[in-house]
Write a new protein. Structure first.
Length: 132
């Protein structure tokens, strides 16, 4: 969901990414065993970071999706870990947490390319239909 939200925000702007982050996060919160709202409250700031990343990198740069994907994954994981900690969930700090963060950021960066490509196709198809 994070990569879909970040991709859509890059393609359509944060005004369309925010509702997607909220709805997608709420659905995931309902399906997860974690504290309700933790995923949504982690997705929304990670999506908002996408807007800031766009200002530092040219919008047509091939590196923009990779930078946005990896930075938003980092922010998402930090906020989600804090939410779990605040809710009283046991969270082992140290190597396990670092491994979780590094693995998540690596996978998010690698998977951002195909997810962004799929979302770009959807964006182009829906943009063409809207213009007709």
């Amino acid at each position: 969901m994070l990569l879909v939200v970040v991709s859509w925000s890059l393609l359509r702007g944060s005004s369309q990414g925010l509702p997607l982050a909220f709805v997608g996060g709420t659905v995931l919160d309902l399906l997860s065993g974690g504290p309700f709202g933790a995923i949504t409250l982690s997705l929304v700031p990670a999506m908002a970071l996408t807007s800031l990343v766009q200002y530092g990198i040219a919008r047509d740069s091939p590196w923009l999706p990779l930078a946005a994907g990896s930075l938003s994954a980092l922010l998402y994981n930090v906020i989600h870990a804090l939410m779990l900690r605040i809710s009283g969930r046991p969270l082992r700090l140290g190597p396990a947490l670092a491994e979780w963060f590094l693995t998540s950021i690596l996978w998010s960066t690698l998977l951002m390319v195909p997810v962004y490509a799929l979302m770009r196709r959807l964006h182009l198809r829906t943009a063409l239909r809207q213009s007709e």
